[in-house]
Design a binder for this molecule. Structure first.
Ligand code: ADP
Ligand code: MG
Ligand code: MG
Ligand code: MG
Ligand code: MG
Ligand code: MG
Length: 684
């Protein structure tokens, strides 16, 4: 979350009058940033994770696990603790930070300062995550626990699922039948975001997640949601009458169902804008793969879903497009400027790198853009691909505008730019340097579901950062058409996707021509090295590198690069095993590429062992010798003695599940089908 500005938010009818103002000044702000830092070069690798928690409170008498709505008090307490630690230690770098999130039961934490490329930082990720959890845990009430579970299984059930209890009848922002107003962070930004999405859309959001049909799941008697027992709580509501809820689906009707989910995000700083764009593109096809491998959320609103991931839930939960924008009305457009194929929360629609590997044929889906903004950016000297990217983000309206910050100094503020940028929630985010800050060009990797333990969260974070270096080191070409990435996104969320699905992937990931010289060259030799980093290429013994680094050279397109006649010949459907472990002579697999990259580093034995534990978790999740979190949770519910094979996650089952997850996280319960033996380490 960015800074939560204080002020008076405008209701939608007022806010929409400033949409062009915000867009136009947002672009001015971007252009100021562009002028200032487009040639900035030499920033070192800095990176960090974001972990979201949901705080659950246990009622052991009633055997109920509920969401604790004490975010405000908890954050105030954590802030005070953190200040004390800073005061005691006299330095703030190692002290983590906690941030508010959408749900009033949620917390977000990040390391106090980003990790560097130092190898010891790689190994401190897990202890840093554990320290953050330890702090959060220590200062909660005795019966409260911070969980890193992607979805809370019984959010939105009839009855009591929050503490304190609130009746959903008061849900003025979302109009939800299931979630009370108080589920949302009370800061004006969040209720306003909720209400303005609903108002802009012209109706409540509608999320219909396929239900997992078990042997005793009640089936519809007729083709109407009315007749379906699992939707009985909906009978006679206007929504049901209008057909918002689908039979054989879990119906949800509020932003909280999506933005109340937790995830794991990783942000990297790149050497310069070129490397950031290269990395952004390279990770686009990786996003659905990591979504499938981290799948952790099969339960929603008290039911078992037939999907394992949160992605489509969040996507639908913030879908502010009007019927016309969604293509449900007859063309031509009357009220809106665009027909928009995707929600604001969706997979990336455009590759943006200017490197030769990015062929125009890969940008093969409809990605509408604002042509006036595009022209303005082009006239200012921004290249075509980046102009399209920004002009595509800027088809959206700003949703929350504070009356106090309508007029800004565009040379020093980036608020209007961020207003649009940070409400485009895509699998990757390309982050320009903020105004007045030492931070460089960054890329944020956003698809992953948060894992239940910090061993796993560290493993996936470390894997992604190592993969990002392997991509740069070997100059890998992972491009496939964006339409195939989107197909992979759909497949990645299906039940047991890791094993049941195939994914489109590139057959040959190595560029044509001689392989990369291993000698170290900066990609920005002619530019003065920035005071903030600079090529920091220290060769260790045997020519091995001592740190993970940035500033890889980008070799020109080889003259004899024989590009295949057709893009369709470049990719095929592979199993996850093939993608991770290799297929044929030309593709060694992503895990092996990471191993080979590790061989270029000067890593001691103990560190190698630790890193291999992380990679081994991923290998075993891939080959099925360990379950994904989603598979483990699903199996727990279906093997529970109280489960009636009716797709329902009862209060009792949920309570036992949450107890089990907590015990696993604390290392007091074994789950050998889910976690390797060695992953429980002593806590800080
Ligand atoms: P947001 O919510 O906007 O995505 P956060 O501030 O919550 O962002 O988290 C951003 C992450 O980026 C944190 O893990 C932080 O440590 C990390 N980070 C901070 N500065 C840099 C930097 N210069 N380069 C890369 N990552 C950074
Ligand atoms: Mg967050
Ligand atoms: Mg954040
Ligand atoms: Mg955020
Ligand atoms: Mg209501
Ligand atoms: Mg983030």
């Amino acid at each position: 979350m960015g800074l939560l500005s204080l002020g008076t938010p405008l209701v939608w009818d007022e806010a929409k009058q400033y949409a062009d103002h915000v867009r136009s000044h947002g672009i001015t702000q971007f252009l100021h940033i562009w002028d200032r830092v487009k040639d900035r070069c030499g920033d070192e690798l800095l990176w960090g994770d974001e972990i979201e928690y949901m705080v659950a409170v246990f009622d052991d008498q009633e055997k109920n696990a509920k969401l604790s709505l004490r975010q405000t008090e908890i954050l105030a307490k954590l802030q005070a603790i953190v200040n004390d630690i800073v005061f005691d230690r006299g330095e703030s770098d190692s002290v983590p930070t906690f941030h508010p999130e959408y749900g009033r039961f949620m917390l977000e934490s990040t390391p106090g300062s980003p990790y560097t490329g130092e190898l010891r930082d790689l190994l401190s990720v897990e202890s840093n995550m554990r320290y953050r959890r330890h702090l959060a845990r220590k200062y909660l009430k005795p019966n409260e626990i911070p969980f890193t579970m992607t979805s809370f299984p019984r959010m939105g059930v009839p009855g009591v699922f929050t503490e304190p209890y609130y009746d959903p009848v008061d849900a003025v922002s979302s109009h939800s039948l299931f979630l009370p107003e108080e589920i949302t962070n009370p800061h004006a930004r969040f209720p306003t975001l909720t209400a303005n999405i609903r108002r802009r859309r012209g109706s409540k959001v509608a999320i219909n997640l396929p239900l997992f049909i078990d042997t005793h799941t009640p089936r519809p008697q007729a083709s109407s949601a009315f007749s379906w027992p699992l939707l009985s709580e909906l009978n006679h509501t206007p929504e049901a009458k209008k057909g918002a809820a689908l039979i054989d689906h879990i119906y949800m009707d509020a932003m909280g169902f999506g933005m109340g989910c937790s995830c794991l995000q990783i942000t990297f700083q790149a050497c310069n804008i070129t490397e950031a764009r290269r990395l952004y593109d390279a990770l686009i096809p990786v996003a659905p793969l990591m979504l499938a491998l981290t799948a952790a959320s099969p339960l929603y609103r008290g039911y078992i879903a037939d999907v394992d991931c949160r992605w489509d839930v969040v996507s639908a939960s913030v879908d502010d497009r009007t019927e016309e924008e969604r293509g449900l009305k007859q063309q031509p457009l009357k009220e809106n400027r665009f027909r928009i194929p995707k929600s604001r929360y969706a997979s990336v629609s455009l590759y943006i790198s200017e490197y030769w590997m990015n062929q125009p044929a890969y940008n093969d889906i409809d990605a509408p853009y604002d042509s006036a903004i595009f022209e303005r950016l082009r006239k200012h000297g921004v290249d075509e691909l980046l102009s399209k990217h920004i002009a595509h983000l800027f088809i959206r309206d700003p949703l929350v505008i504070f009356s106090e910050s309508i007029d800004q100094d565009d040379t020093t503020s980036n608020d209007h730019f961020e207003n649009i940028q940070s409400t485009n929630w895509q699998t990757l985010r390309f982050k320009p340097p903020p105004a007045n800050s030492p931070i460089g060009w960054r890329v944020e990797f956003r698809p992953m579901e948060v894992q239940m333990t910090d061993f796993e969260n560290a493993a996936f974070s470390v894997f992604v950062v190592l993969l990002s270096r392997a991509i740069l080191h070997f100059n890998l070409n992972l491009y496939i058409p964006i339409s195939k990435v989107d197909e992979n996104m759909a497949r990645a969320q299906k039940r047991d996707a890791v094993h049941a699905q195939k994914f489109y992937f590139r057959k040959d990931v190595f560029p044509p021509g001689p392989s990369q010289p291993s000698s170290v060259v900066s990609s920005c030799p002619s530019t003065p090295v920035s005071e903030h980093g600079g090529p920091i290429l220290v060769n260790g013994v045997n020519g091995k590198e001592k740190k993970l680094r940035n500033c890889y050279p980008l070799p020109p397109k080889p003259d004899d690069a024989a590009l295949p006649a057709a893009v369709e010949d470049e990719y095929e459907e592979m199993t996850m095993e093939e993608i991770m472990n290799g297929k044929g002579a030309s593709f060694p697999g992503l895990l092996n590429l990471v191993y080979t990259y590790l061989e270029t580093l000067d890593v001691d034995e103990e560190s190698t062992r630790r890193i291999e534990e992380y990679l081994d978790l991923i290998r075993r999740r891939t080959n099925g010798s360990l379950r994904t979190a989603a598979s483990w949770i699903r199996n727990f519910v279906r093997s529970h003695p109280a489960y009636k094979f009716d797709s329902v996650v009862s209060q009792e089952i949920n309570y036992d599940l949450m107890v089990a997850v907590d015990e696993i996280e604390r290392g007091v319960r074994k789950a050998p089908d889910f976690l390797p033996e060695h992953c429980v380490r002593s806590k800080q």
